[in-house]
Design a protein around this ligand. Sequence first.
Ligand code: M6R
Length: 647
Amino acid sequence: MIPPACPTPLQVAAARGQLASTLVRMCGIVGYVGPQQAGDVVMEGLRRLEYRGYDSAGVAIVADGELHQRKKAGKLANLSAELSSAPLPASTIGMGHTRWATHGKPNDRNAHPHTSHTGHVAVVHNGIIENFAGLRDELESRGVEMSSDTDTEVVAHLVDESYERVPADHPTRLREAVRRVCNLLEGAFTLVITHAAEPDTIIGARRNSPLVAGVGDGEYFLGSDVAAFIAQTREAIELGQDQICELHRERGITVTTFDGGAVEPVHYTIDWDDAAAEKGGYDWFMLKEIAEQPAVVADTIRGRLTDTGGIALDEVRLSDQDFRDITKIFIIACGTSSYAGMIAKYAIEHWTRIPCEVELASEFRYRDPVLDRSTLVIAISQSGETMDTLMALRHAKSQHAKILGICNTVGSTIPRESDAVLYTRAGVEIAVASTKAFLAQIVACYLIALHLASVRGVKWGDEVAAIVDQIRSMPDAVERVLDTMEPVRTLARTELADVQQMLFLGRHVGYPIALEGALKLKELAYLHAEGFAAGELKHGPIALVSEGTPVVVVCPSPLGRDSLHSKVVSNIQEVRARGARTIVIAEEGDELVTPYADHVIRVPRCPVLLAPLVTAVPLQVLACEIAAAKGLDVDQPRNLAKSVTVE
Ligand code: M6R
């Protein structure tokens, strides 16, 4: 019997109203010690991490035995302006933070860093200190006054007090002070901490929240992800759960557990190109990332087919026998990644005959899913840090299911906690709206499905190889779509920029693409956009259609499965009869659909199951162009963040 999910301390606290003023966040964090101007290095890191949150930003440095800080609500540009009018003094140590708030106002007062009452300690934080209310009460009973509404501030005061209690001749006094405080904290947190009396030391700590360290030549970095320091060094260190990392100008990097035990750091090389974190001449990162998709699809396949027709998984802690023993598959993911999972379901069930269910990670563990040792759970995540997916993964693990991660971020938490991993090789994705990572996820799912089919003897090696060859032709197909996007841009700018709502229809693998098209439009252009299974239309949603309503239809190949094409053509006629303006994504040469389409967007002919790789692209372009035409920030849409590290 699986116990019902117990409320976490956070839920209990929320129920008691203790979190009313708490600021929960998932943010970008940077730390630096080294010979460069720390303020500049930190600001450059924040610029590259701004996609993680852009409600407020702040920076702190230590100079001449004093902490100096600047912080500002709003985008990083506001902080830059503040620094121009009030520059920071020269320093070789610094930290910074860019914030995405879920509770409480994103104002100057609540922006990070937060400092202790003495002004000696500065802290930036990602996550939530669940027991902050009790800690705050204790601090206040000792006469400490709070100057923000945040849970983070208690950490600054506690570290300050703890530092005073560690003997002054302790060789690693700040690290020891932080270690003691970490053991008092409950919840999820990444912390970066500095002390005015320690101009050569910066400390990072993590529990259930991401943090990586970078190793340069006599300089050291901390970041929520490697994008923070990718321009400076390619050498990184993975930091594990409940670990503290000390960056010291002379001693270098030392990693310990919260108990003080030594940890041998795991170094790895970042293979992302620094240019990936630059726009490269495009107006938006999203445009650049859309354009990179042919290469991303090719990279995700490259070198992965073994002699026996199997797939070379990047990190495999599962045997072929484990794969043979699987009787059921669950795919868990959120947002766009969940739509990749929906597409995977069609491929997995068709190629392997294993039952497969796709579940939103945020719902999964709360409905008591039936899992056992013969269940494979595939967790799909671009960031590898999405808390909903991570918690669903942990639930599946606790039920002894095997976990396979499909992830884009090497060394992130989801792959580290999975039994096997297939990395999508999309490179760093900066735009908040996912594009190239989505296509890479779809390809990775195909490879997993083929691996399962091969290992379980459902398909021969040559059959697998034939499908892999078809996948190999997809980068060219995606390129051809990209080459023909001008009419889509024109349509977006001339006819669609002012519409109030848009509907998206599809069947079979076209259905998740319709959902993805609607999500892209919602998040980028703030439009009411809905995706539907085209067959469901007549069961209610068709009431949304009125004169002029734009309806985008993902039309399957006329050569495809059974009578899907004719069914979709009927659906197009149904909405058209009610006044819809139809925009149809159709295969080259499909003239059957032309009479019913106000606009046809052509995509190359390709096998039915692979079609999402081409049909997704015009919808990405459409959403991007509509948002740009409306004068919106394409890369950083309002209210969103790239990595959703809270539940
Ligand atoms: O990093 P993940 O793939 O786990 O993220 C999942 C979703 O948060 C993400 O796909 C989100 O829906 C994007 N904004 C979509 O463009």
